[in-house]
Design a protein around this ligand. Structure first.
Ligand code: ZN
Length: 411
């Protein structure tokens, strides 16, 4: 600690006390609120906005990772969000003819989108290509765009019981009459249009519109559970695991028939008060497939690194290099780590309402220049800390370094 001058030491103490008090005032509560902030759209990929900061817009990627996104095309809200189920390594059910649910869901969803657009609706898709995407991200997109309806499109697997009629199943949010009406209309339209075909169908006792619960009052499907403020439903049109049904769904004509049925259901949901039909009581079945988590999800690179420069006086730089060495890190890593530590402090207790203190910005000039590369992901910490203190990226970078030098001196 001998390398610190007295004023510098006082400055550090000010920072630390401010860090801990700011951490109590809820500057980052926006990131955990449910307010709909819209989304950034680039090449058809929708990035829901988590927080707008002076230093950049924090969004989540298809893998549900927070990054800074510099895209300029914003989408505030849409009438309908469609979700083609599964994607990437998560295939969903697979037909004997090789038809994969992941792909069929997308094909049908794109057809529904086209139909809805022609009716004048605004539409967003959670994915418009074959993309691995956790459930959390799908629902984050829906929540960001506050649509009138959110529909997840699937094709089922598993049933073996022979049936004279299609085994269409739709699911709604428990104790939500609008969601239930949406599921009832989806069932009515999809079931009736497929019932014009005859194949050796299969079904289960859940043929109809119902809600599946993991425990009383709790929706088993994350798609429905995570969107409590949006009428949401899941449609499982047919059993792809039943070979005759897989063969039927290979026909473009039938894909179109299904898409038009889903479109009619959504249109009726929005423009009428029709109740729908096929309702069945809710049932408890918490055994899920275990897919839909972010595990193993690998994002494409959506944004470039940002180079941030901060300079240090000779004394400061000596403290910095010595402390970094002591911590076994490079000077760059040390600064990055410090900012992530600050970000972490900010997240602690973010909903308390005590008032914060302001701290003086670090002086970022000096003869020792340090350039740090920040990935789009690590820029989130930079932006959030900058927003909390009203600092520039350079000032935040130096604040992080200062914190680390201080913390290292304690050990
Ligand atoms: Zn599925």
């Amino acid at each position: 600690m001998q390398s610190f001058s007295k004023p510098f030491f006082r400055y550090l103490l000010t920072i630390l006390s401010a860090v801990f008090s700011v951490s109590l005032i809820g500057v980052v509560s926006a990131s955990s609120s449910t307010a709909s902030l819209g989304a950034v759209v680039e090449n058809g990929v929708v990035f829901p906005i988590v927080q707008n900061t002076e230093l950049g817009r924090i969004v989540t990627t298809p893998c549900n990772t927070e990054i800074i996104h510099n895209g300029k095309q914003l989408l505030e809200s849409v009438d309908i969000v469609l979700d083609p189920g599964h994607g990437g390594p998560e295939t969903g059910s697979v037909g004997a003819n090789g038809l994969v649910e992941r792909d069929l869901n997308l094909t049908v969803t794109l057809l529904v989108e086209k139909e809805l657009l022609s009716l004048g609706y605004t539409v967003a898709l959670t994915r418009n290509t074959d993309l691995h995407m956790p459930i959390r991200q799908r629902t984050a997109i829906a929540n960001a765009l506050s649509p009138k309806a959110f529909v997840s499109i699937h094709h089922n697997g598993g049933a073996v019981r022979r049936s004279d009629v299609p085994g269409t199943e739709t699911f709604h949010q428990v104790n939500n009459s609008e969601s239930q009406r949406l599921a009832g209309l989806l069932f009515e339209e999809v079931f009736e249009s497929l019932n014009d075909y005859w194949v050796p169908w299969v079904n289960t006792v859940h043929n109809g519109a119902s809600s599946r619960l993991s425990e009383p009052g709790r929706d088993a499907y994350g798609i429905l559970r995570n969107t409590p403020n949006i009428p949401s439903a899941i449609v499982e049109a047919v059993y792809l695991s039943n070979p005759p049904e897989a063969d039927l769904m290979l026909l473009p004509e039938v894909q179109q028939v299904e898409a038009e049925a889903i479109t009619r259901a959504i249109h009726r949901f929005i423009s009428t008060s029709d109740p729908g039909s096929g309702f069945k009581p809710s049932f408890i079945d918490g055994a899920m497939t275990g897919t839909g988590s972010a595990r193993g999800c690998v994002d494409l690179e959506y944004e470039k690194d940002l180079r941030v420069t901060a300079a240090y006086s000779n004394d400061e730089f000596e403290s910095l290099t010595t402390a970094a060495k002591k911590a076994g890190m490079s000077v760059d890593e040390f600064q990055l780590f410090g900012v992530h530590a600050l970000d972490l402090f900010l997240k602690v207790d973010s909903d308390s309402d005590s008032s914060g203190e302001t701290i003086p910005a670090p002086v970022v000039s000096g003869s020792n220049v340090s350039n740090v590369n920040w990935s789009a992901e690590s820029q989130v910490a930079l932006a959030r800390v900058g927003e909390a203190y009203g600092f520039t990226s350079s000032e935040v970078q130096k604040l992080g370094a200062t914190l680390m030098v201080f913390l290292t001196s304690l050990g």
